[in-house]
Design a protein around this ligand. Sequence first.
Ligand code: HEC
Length: 180
Amino acid sequence: MRTCSKAKEKNKKSSFFIPFFIQGRNQSFLIISIIMVAITMVFTLSCERVEKPDEAAFMDEEEDLSIPELPYENKEIFRMHMNSLDDSYESLEESIDRQDWEGIRTFAMRMKSSSPVLFTGKRKDELPQDYVLLDTRFHFHTLALVEASEAREMVKLNLEFDNVKEICDDCHVKYKKKDS
Ligand code: HEC
């Protein structure tokens, strides 16, 4: 056994440390084996490289699905404000259905005075940039709602009402957890 393994070791040494052009043709099988191993390794590595972006894309998707937690000063107060915004929104919708311009103006003004940024109790620079942008869009379109209600322009009012609803939904998709 000993001599056998020693002989093997010797053989290995001569195979690896003597350049192939000295070893002669009978060593060519070794060169072929090395080339095949190299090809297999390159193939395996390239396969891994192909898989990696897929994996990364999958992980990004997972991250997109997980909703970021906003740094609320007080979540209960935030929810209370959201619910009263929801009340104004529903009252405005009812007033539009009834074509009650006084009601429309009152609830449009109430929505305009709401602010998703202020609701959090945090400063703009403490909140995600995208959240602040949604808040800006919200202010822009609730102001347009008030203007339409003062001018009594039903077409513009309906258009802006849809715009505001879209912003509520956009923000909820991004920041409202499914279970809340
Ligand atoms: C800029 C972001 C943003 C906008 C715009 C926004 N919301 Fe929300 N809203 C939230 C977040 C975040 C929550 C989830 C709070 C939580 O974790 O419970 C929420 C929760 C709510 C809730 C549930 C409150 C509760 O008791 O759990 C209601 C109702 C609601 N929003 C109504 C509205 C309506 C109606 C509008 C549009 C007129 C609107 N929101 C616009 C961010 C927004």
